[in-house]
Design a protein around this ligand. Structure first.
Ligand code: GDP
Ligand code: MN
Length: 384
């Protein structure tokens, strides 16, 4: 799960990371009030889950109230996009925060290295800009340090890392302290990414985090009710929000074959096979080990709301889930709703014979192999 900069800063501040004072606003008037409270100059910053806001015109320095008014009015409602997210997001919130004098900008990030299966710290004196850019042009300027999770990050390691970035021992100590706190924030929040870009020094050698980014591992969210509440559903696909509220895991894609599958692995394999036979899946959808007609109905509703969908493919393996239960669920769901696209079903496993009878009564042909059902679904989608 992604959170906004102001929320990431709130998480970091709990661990003692120095964050300039600020507050979030949804209107120009609120922005002006906050600016007056914290004192000028301030930065006005777009709150969207998209990197490179500065480049896109979503981060502005405001020396006086008149410029707070102009920039707040401009940024609220602005659409911000980048290469990874060309569709972009509309700015609905802005952060108004004290502007700092900048002497240097560094990069500091912690993520999980899949290869070593450990947290890895990335640090660079070339902060402010996108780290991917530094990685391309000056890979030698990025320092990598793998942490042994049995002991956690040690103070001497944090200092060693920071000596790569700064000459001044006072600054090294301050920055090392921030890195230790960032490591605490990262592990305690079950984050998959915790990033400060830039970590700045001021002319009088203070060190501040003036940007913050946190991704939380969804599988750890149940342990962090306070962070789970930070989710901004305004920025998500409405269908994905609905699916999550019903316990379905759904990702919208751009193809025309809708998929309803039990199990994430089978769902991935189904999408692979659709691509293999030259078509594109409309979605990823894992309904879990459930045969509950209500879940099937919700899944169908979500998929049918997508105008690109021209056929729906069920791919269910009955292990603990019984095929006859699922078949009943599908038949009930189809009876209760207006389905305007063809539906094809592959059911195999426990009680598949019973399932076949149930589906036959409802005039639904049942397939048992994935190749057959996927090819059939693609044919119907393309003919529709
Ligand atoms: P991003 O572009 O989305 O990463 O947004 P950032 O919060 O990192 O801001 C982009 C850039 O704006 C920073 O790299 C700084 O150069 C500049 N900036 C942000 N906050 C301040 C500030 O308090 N003072 C000054 N002088 N510049 C700032
Ligand atoms: Mn940044």
């Amino acid at each position: 799960m992604n959170v906004h900069e102001y929320q990431a800063k709130a998480i970091f501040a709990r661990f003692g990371i120095p964050i300039p004072p600020g507050n979030v606003a949804e209107t120009v008037d609120e922005a002006k009030t906050i600016a007056e409270e914290i004192g000028l100059p301030v930065m006005v910053k777009a709150q969207v889950h998209i990197g490179g806001r500065g480049k896109a015109g979503g981060v502005k320095f405001c020396p006086d109230i008149a410029s707070v008014e102009t920039h707040a009015a401009n940024i609220l409602g602005m659409r911000i996009s980048n290469q990874q997210n060309p569709k972009g997001q509309i700015v609905q919130k802005i952060l108004v925060t004290e502007a700092k004098d900048i002497a240097s900008e560094a990069y500091l990030g912690i993520t999980i290295d899949r290869k070593t299966q450990r947290p890895v710290i990335l640090a660079s004196s070339e902060g402010g800009v996108e780290i991917e850019e530094v990685a391309k042009t000056h890979p030698e300027k990025i320092f990598k340090h793998t942490v042994d999770p049995r002991y956690g990050l040690q103070a001497y390691e944090a200092r060693q890392i920071m000596f790569n970035l700064y000459d001044d021992a006072k600054i090294v100590n301050k920055a090392a302290g921030i890195l230790l706190k960032l490591y605490q924030a990262f592990t305690s929040s079950d984050a998959s990414l915790a990033e400060i870009n830039p970590l700045i020094t001021t002319p009088d050698k203070e060190v501040w985090a003036i940007d913050a980014k946190v991704n939380i591992d969804d599988n750890g969210l149940y342990r962090h009710a306070d962070i789970a509440e930070m989710r901004d559903t305004d920025l998500e696909e409405p269908a994905e929000t609905l699916a999550r509220s019903k316990g379905l895991s759904y990702v919208k894609l751009d193809g025309n074959v809708g998929c309803i599958v039990n199990g994430a692995g089978l769902a991935m394999a189904t999408m692979d096979l659709i691509k293999h036979f030259g078509a594109e899946p409309a979605n990823f959808l894992d309904i879990g080990g459930s045969s509950n007609p209500e879940k099937v109905t919700t899944a169908m509703q979500i998929i049918l709301d997508d105008p690109n969908v021209k056929a729906i493919l069920f791919n269910i393996f009955g292990g603990i889930t019984r095929c006859d239960d699922v078949a009943n669920g599908i038949v009930t769901a189809l009876k209760n709703m207006d389905v305007h696209v063809p539906v094809v079903v592959r059911l195999t496993g426990t009680n598949e014979d019973l399932a076949k009878e149930i589906l036959a009564e409802a005039n639904l042909p049942m397939f048992t192999t994935m190749n057959e059902v996927v090819q059939h679904a693609i044919e119907l989608a393309n003919a529709n």
